[in-house]
Design a protein around this ligand. Sequence first.
Ligand code: SAM
Length: 312
Amino acid sequence: MKDNLGREINYLRVSVTQRCNLNCVYCGCENPDRDEMTADEIEKAVRAFAKLGINKVRLTGGEPLVRNDITEIACRLRKTDGIKKLVLTTNGVRLFELAQELKAAGVDAINVSLDSLDRENYKKMTGRDALPDVLRGIDRAIECGIKKIRINSVLIRGFNDMQADNLIYYAKDRNVDVRFIELMPFSDAGNNEKLIVKADEILKRFPFLTPVEGTMAQSVAKYYEAEGFKGKIGFITPVSDKFCSQCNRIRLLSTGKIRPCLGYDTTYDIREYLNDEEKLLSVIEKAISSKPAGHNFECAYGNVHAMNKIGG
Ligand code: SAM
C-alpha cells in the first residue's frame, strides 16, 4: 500500500530478537527485552502485512541467528502468500552451521555485517574473537548457493577506518558486494559526529572506483566498480545524503511493535491484535500511512537509541 506521501511500502524488516552474540562498540546491546514474538506471532503479523502489499521481508535483530527457531521462522515466512523475497541480515558468527538450513528454508539473500578483516581489530570492535567463524560462514553460504551475499561495514574514525582497504579488496576475487554504511546517531558512539566516516571521504581515498550507471539516482545504495573486481562497492549514506523519498520500508520490532521510521520513536503495538484480523489490518494501515517524510537525525542526536532494539 501507499503511505500518505504516495510512497509504495512493500518491504518489511522484522526484528526477531534484541539479543546478540556480539557487543559492537557502536551498537549497544545491553538489557535486551526478552519478551520476543513467537514464530506463530511473527507469521500472523507478516501474513497481515502481506495482505497490504508487503512482498519482501528481511529478518534482522539483534542477531537473528541466535534464535533457535530462526530456520522455522524463515520457512514459514517464505511460504506466506504474497512474500516473494526473504532476506536476512546477520553478523555471520553462526552462519557456517546454519547456511544450509537457511538456504533450504528459502532465504534468497544474506547481508553479513563485517566491520574489519583484521582479527585483533575485529575483536576490539565486537568484543569477540569471531572473525574466522564469520569468514568461513560467508564461504559456506556461497557454497550452499545463497544467490546474493553482501558485506555491510560501518567505518568509525579511529576504530576501523583503516580497514577500508581490506574490505574493498575483499570484493576483488569474490562475487560479493561490499557496502559502507555511515554511522548513524544511535547509541553513545553514534552520537559523536566526529566518528562518522562519510562516503565522499572513502571515495577520495580510492579514486579507481567508478560509478555504476543507473545506481546514482536517489536510492538506498550507490554502487561503484573497479577494473578486475568481481564484486561492487556500495555506499549507504543515511547521514550525508538521505534517501527517504525513495523509502519503501517499514519495521516490525521483536516485541510486536511497528516502527514506521528508523529515525522516530513512534511505534504502533500490534501484538494484542494478532488474532483480530480487522483490527490488525487497520493498525498496520495506520502505521504505514503515518510514515514520516524523512528521518531527522538532528533531532535524534542526544537520545539514546540502540540499533539492536530497532532492528538495523
Ligand atoms: N546482528 C545483525 C547484524 O550484525 O547484521 C543484525 C542487526 S545489526 C543492528 C544490523 C546492522 O546495523 C549492522 O550492520 C550494524 O553495523 C548496523 N548498525 C548498528 N548500529 C549502527 C549505527 N549507529 N549506525 C549505522 N549502522 C549501525
